[in-house]
Write a protein that binds this ligand. Structure first.
Ligand code: ARG
Length: 457
């Protein structure tokens, strides 16, 4: 078997080099998009008068036959197939004869692969958005189911102020909304058609590139052939967006790990999503969120790898660019799987209402309410803060909870305390008073749930 480019060579390729340069093992997954691109290229060649109608029809039939073989896993790969592009063209020629040799007219693998990755990403990113929405829906439905549950909100991992569990869960939905936005931004920028750039300089054939773009659903064509065959910033952008998704999933995972620990016991994960220990019979380990957290590093690594590959590459195409695919594909697979398991985890989350309620009622989390009470009575905030600080100190010294203090005790710290202070010292009141946009008051949170539910319906 000779290679499609073997004309100028006297000696056959070394086996070692064949193995080292081959991308088939990982670019096979581009096959459907490669065929899609080739069919559009055929039609463009016909319009340019390069192929006859009969040739075009025969070529498209051939390409569809090749695709069917690939779909059904009966495509006969051979060791000389350097990548999926050459494998498909080789097989096409076997099936339809010398006519297959006309497919690559006015095209190079350089613009072909740039096209294929874009086509592939368009589909992959749409699917990714679906996965994000699945997780958003899981979070929203848990939020709705627990609208009455108050928990401690944290800063510095120290109990700070009471918040609704639903508010906490919705924080992740906001992150995921931005993640979707980033994916859509990347999609809009990568939806540009590179075919017709040739190897690097453009093409000699009078092809209508805008026609190809229309056939394939691109909004535009690339404006510089050198850039078109060597640009991978769209892939980097996607991986940056994927890295941010993983960062968010990793934070969510970390909270699930913390919250299921015996120290917190805020929630339980479904048994089916945990694993046991080979030695300690009592263990129920949160391996799934741990792995999501762990895989985050791997996705960041892929981003850095591709940034590094591109750094300092002279224009235009260099074989280094083949390294884009494994990084990109693994990042996509990892994020997709992580989103999928995270959604299931959230769906199966069991909330320990009593533990959360107890936790929300302790730890002097109403101190800020007390300070704000004094402010409403005309005390400057800084002074109110100091007075309240002294009250907290008193509680710590005498092992008392803030909300158990009597009016007389409070008045010994400030004359401004009146009977109505006792209403302020409730966890529910503290939550309800955070009634501005973005606050944790129940009516705000409920309204936001509605908006998000409608957007995702
Ligand atoms: N497998 C190659 C890649 O993924 C396709 C382009 C090959 N081009 C070339 N001039 N060798 O980048």
């Amino acid at each position: 078997m000779t290679k499609l480019w073997s004309g100028r060579f006297r000696d056959r390729t070394d086996r070692l080099v064949e193995a080292f340069t081959s991308s088939l093992a990982f670019d096979r997954r581009l096959y459907a998009h490669d065929v899609q691109g080739s069919i559009a290229h055929c039609k463009t060649l016909k319009r340019a008068g390069v192929l006859t109608s009969r040739e075009t029809a025969e070529m498209i039939r051939g390409l569809e036959a090749v695709k069917a073989e690939l779909d059904e896993g009966r495509f006969p790969f051979v060791p000389e197939d350097e990548d999926i592009h050459m494998a498909i063209e080789r097989r096409l020629t076997e099936l339809i004869g010398p006519l297959g040799g006309k497919l690559h007219t006015g095209r190079s693998r350089n613009d072909q692969v740039a096209l294929d990755i874009r086509l592939y990403l368009r589909d992959a990113l749409k699917a990714m958005t679906g996965r994000i929405e699945e997780l958003e829906r899981a979070l929203l439905s848990q939020a709705r189911a627990h609208l009455d549950v108050i928990m401690p909100g944290y800063t510095h991992l120290q109990r700070a102020q009471p918040v609704l569990l639903a508010h906490h869960l919705l924080a992740y939905v906001e992150m995921l909304e931005r993640d979707k936005g980033r994916i859509n931004d990347a999609l809009a920028r990568l939806n540009v058609m590179p075919l017709g750039s040739g190897a690097l300089a453009g093409t000699n054939y009078p092809i209508d590139r805008r026609y190809t773009a229309r056939l394939l659903g691109f909004t535009d064509v690339t404006e510089n052939s050198l850039d078109a065959v060597s640009d991978r910033d769209f892939a980097i952008e996607v991986m940056a967006a994927l890295s941010l998704i993983m960062m968010h999933l990793s934070r969510l995972s970390e909270e699930l790990i913390l919250w299921t620990s015996q120290e917190f016991q805020f929630v339980d994960l479904p048994d089916a999503f945990c694993t046991g220990s080979s030695m300690m019979p009592q263990k129920k380990n949160p391996d799934v969120p741990e792995l999501v957290r762990g895989k985050t590093g791997r996705v960041y690594g892929h981003l850095l790898a591709l940034l590094t590959t591109l750094k300092g590459l002279p224009l235009s195409y260099n074989r280094d660019l083949q390294e884009d695919k494994e990084a990109l594909f693994d990042a996509l697979d990892t994020v997709s799987a992580s989103l999928e398991v995270s959604a299931e985890l959230i769906k199966g989350l069991k909330v320990n209402r009593d533990t959360l309620k107890r936790a929300a009622a302790s730890g002097a989390m109403l101190a800020t309410e007390l300070a704000d009470y004094l402010v409403f009575k005309g005390v400057p905030f800084r002074e109110a803060h100091t007075v309240t600080g002294r009250i907290v100190r008193f509680c710590l010294d005498h092992q008392r909870d803030l909300e158990t203090l009597t009016l007389d005790e409070l008045r010994s710290f400030s004359e401004r305390f009146d009977k109505d202070v006792l209403d302020v010292l409730t966890v529910e009141g503290a939550v309800e008073r955070k009634a501005q946009i973005g606050g944790t008051a129940r009516k705000r949170v409920e309204a936001r749930i509605k908006v998000l539910e409608r957007a995702l319906a």
